[in-house]
Design a protein around this ligand. Structure first.
Ligand code: V47
Length: 385
C-alpha cells in the first residue's frame, strides 16, 4: 500500500510537508506531534522516514544481557533493580561468573554481550578491566557493549582518572561500545524529582562525546512515561541530535541507535504511577524517528514495550528489536522472573508476521551471515570484536 503520509489532523500538515521534503523538524513540530491525537498520521509519517532509511529491513541481534551487580549507591525513584549493600537479594557476580555466562552465550551463537550494573561502592576499577579481559580472552569474537555513562563517571571516581583515561583503559581491555542507558530525561526539574544524586545531563554527554572522539560507538536512551512532560521529551531528543551532529562532523564514532525506554512502574518508588499507555509508546517511538533525522536506528526494546507492541512499532518508525536478551534483571513486570528470552526463530517469526524482513546484525549494524550447516558467523569477518 502506498504511503503518502496522509494526516487527518490539519495541525500536522506543515510537518507532513517537511517530512516529505526530508527537512529537519523543529522543537515546535515535536511538541505539535505529541499534542496531536492523529496516531495513524504520525505513524505514516514515521514510516516514511523508516522506509526511506531501511526499507522493510528489521534488525535484531543474538545477544545476552548480563547485570553483574544490583548493588548501587544511587536510589533512583524509577528503579526497582537496585539494592543496598547487605540488603536481601543484593548480589555481585564474581568475574568467573560473568566470563562463564558470556562464554555460554557465545557458544550458543551470540555476537554481543550487553553488560551493565549498579554503581557498586567497593569494587575496584581492576574488577571491570579484568572482567573485560576475561570475556575477551574466553571469547575473542564477542562484542562487549558495556557500562552506561553513569557507570563510566563512577569509575572515574573509583580510579581517580579522567573520563578519557577510563574509556581508553576499558577499550584496551576489550570494551567494544557503550550502551545508551542512564540518560533518563535531560531536564533539571525531572532530575531533582526522580533521580537526584545521579550525575546530570552534562556528564552523560561528556562521556558519549569523549567516546565518539576516541572512536567508540554508543547508543542513547530516553526513559519516558513517568513524571516528564512531552515538551521535556522533545528537548531530550533535540539534545541527542545536537551531539550526533557534532560527532558526525568531527568524531570517529557516533550514536548507532536510540532506545526509547517505556517506564515500568512495578516494584519502583514510582509504583503508584500508571506507566505509559500504548498510545504514548507508539507516539514516542514515532516522534523519536521523526525528530532524530541523523540517528540511523530506532529500537523498540521488546522487554519494555512488550513483544506485541514492538511488532506494531515496526510501522511506527522502529527498525530494530534489540535481541534474544536471555536474562534481564533491570526491569521485570510483576510476577515475571529474570529469564526473559526470545529465541532467534521467534524474533524472526515476529518480524515476518509484522510484514517486515528480519536481518541479523552485529552491534555495529553490519549484517551477519551464518553458515547454515553449523550456525557459525562467516560474515563480517572478525565482525564481532
Ligand atoms: O539506564 C531503569 C532504564 C536503562 C526502569 O544501548 C528503566 O542497546 C523502564 O539502557 N522502567 C537500562 N526503564 C536499559 C538500557 C538499554 C536497554 C536495551 C538496549 C540498550 C542499548 C540500552 O533502563 C537504565 C534506565 O534508564 N530503567 N528502570 C524502569 N522501571
Amino acid at each position: 500500500m502506498s504511503n503518502d503520509g496522509f494526516v487527518s489532523d490539519p495541525t500536522l500538515n506543515s510537518i507532513r510537508e517537511k517530512v516529505l521534503a526530508g527537512k529537519v523538524l523543529s522543537y515546535d513540530d515535536g511538541v505539535a506531534l505529541y499534542h496531536s491525537r492523529d496516531l495513524h498520521g504520525i505513524g505514516r509519517l514515521a514510516n516514511i522516514v523508516r522506509e526511506r532509511l531501511h526499507g522493510d529491513k528489521t534488525y535484531y541481534n543474538r545477544n545476552r544481557h548480563i547485570n553483574y551487580t544490583n548493588v548501587c549507591a544511587l536510589s533512583c525513584k524509577f528503579c526497582s533493580f537496585y539494592r543496598k549493600r547487605g540488603e536481601e537479594g543484593a548480589y555481585e557476580m564474581p568475574i568467573e561468573q560473568v566470563v562463564a555466562t558470556a562464554k555460554k552465550a557465545a557458544d550458543a551463537g551470540a555476537t554481543e554481550v550487553h553488560i551493565v550494573g549498579g554503581l557498586h561502592p567497593w569494587l575496584k576499577f581492576d574488577y571491570y578491566l579484568d572482567m573485560l579481559r576475561g570475556v575477551k580472552s574466553a571469547c575473542p569474537q564477542l562484542h562487549v557493549k558495556a557500562f552506561t555513562a553513569i557507570e563510566i563517571v563512577h569509575f572515574t571516581r573509583v580510579a581517580r582518572m579522567r573520563i578519557e583515561e577510563v574509556l581508553s583503559a576499558l577499550r584496551d581491555a576489550g570494551l567494544g561500545s557503550l550502551p545508551g542507558g542512564g540518560a533518563e530525561i535531560f531536564d533539571e526539574r525531572v532530575h531533582a524529582e526522580v533521580f537526584k544524586g545521579k550525575v546530570g545531563a552534562n556528564k552523560w554527554f561528556e562521556v558519549h562525546r569523549t567516546a565518539h572522539r576516541l572512536g567508540i560507538y554508543s547508543n542513547a536512551t530516553m526513559l519516558y512515561g513517568h513524571v516528564e512532560t512531552p515538551e521535556e521529551r522533545v528537548k531530550h531528543l533535540i539534545a541527542l541530535r545536537e551531539l550526533q551532529a557534532e560527532s558526525l562532523a568531527s568524531s570517529r564514532a557516533h550514536f548507532n541507535s536510540i532506545i526509547p525506554l517505556s517506564f515500568i512502574p512495578d516494584g519502583s518508588e514510582l509504583g503508584n504511577l500508571p506507566g505509559p499507555t500504548g498510545l504514548t509508546d507508539l507516539k514516542t517511538l514515532a516522534i523519536a524517528r521523526l525528530m532524530l533525522h541523523n540517528i540511523a536506528h530506532i529500537k523498540a526494546f521488546w522487554i519494555m514495550q512488550g513483544v506485541g507492541l514492538s511488532q506494531v512499532a515496526l510501522d511506527w518508525g522502529c527498525d530494530d528489536l534489540d535481541g534474544t536478551v536471555v536474562w534481564y534483571d533491570i526491569t521485570k513486570r510483576e510476577g515475571h522472573g529474570v529469564h526473559q528470552e526470545l529465541h532467534v526463530s521467534d524474533i524472526q517469526r515476529r518480524i515476518r508476521e509484522a510484514g517486515r524482513t528480519p536481518i541479523e546484525r552485529d552491534t555495529l549494524y553490519r549484517e551477519v551471515k551464518r553458515d547454515p550447516a553449523n550456525d557459525r558467523v562467516i560474515e563480517p569477518e572478525m565482525a564481532l570484536a
